[in-house]
Design a protein around this ligand. Structure first.
Ligand code: FE2
Ligand code: FE2
Length: 167
């Protein structure tokens, strides 16, 4: 669907009658970035893990976070907008900050950092769900709740693993 001048100024028509404002699109881009960052973080852990169970756990996390990222990418596409480009410096940054520094941190601190990232995501999801209720974006609400629950489950696993592997 080609963009009209009105779309450019005020937002986008979305699906059947729902009006997708620019703030919502900005939110989808923000979540896409957040989720893609988590994918990069968990991938780095899975790739450097030596323990089989621990590696499987992080591969599962990658799968779930990739699903989240794909959902937001798809919605951005539905609005005829460009998915943020996060290659190059972004992945380098994620790799430098997380990948290389995490291995010396060990499993305990890796899980601690992972849980901290998850907590940030949880806060953001809760705010976004509230925003969707206020603005009547009901078709997004349940997906966001599903993803919030995924992040909450991830946090619990990471904290549990962290506590049973001190230091
Ligand atoms: Fe996620
Ligand atoms: Fe997560």
């Amino acid at each position: 669907m080609p963009k009209t001048t009105k779309d450019k100024l005020f937002g986008h028509h979305y699906g059947t009658g729902l009006y997708m404002d620019n703030k919502l699109i900005a939110r989808f881009k923000e979540f896409y970035t957040l989720e893609t960052f988590q994918v990069a973080f968990y991938k780095a852990q899975a790739n450097s893990a030596t323990d089989e169970y621990y590696r499987r756990a992080f591969e599962k996390l990658v799968q779930i976070e990739q699903g989240h990222a794909d959902y937001f990418a798809n919605e951005i596409g539905n609005a005829n907008e460009e998915v943020p480009s996060l290659t190059g410096s972004f992945f380098q940054l994620a790799g430098n900050l997380l990948g290389e520094s995490v291995e010396p941190l060990g499993r305990h601190n890796t899980c601690k950092l992972g849980a901290a990232l998850e907590n940030e995501a949880i806060k953001k999801y809760r705010m976004f769900i509230k925003e969707c209720k206020t603005k009547n974006y009901l078709i997004f609400k349940y997906t966001l709740m599903d993803y919030l629950l995924d992040e909450e489950f991830h946090t619990l696993w990471l904290k549990d693993y962290m506590n049973s592997h001190p230091g």
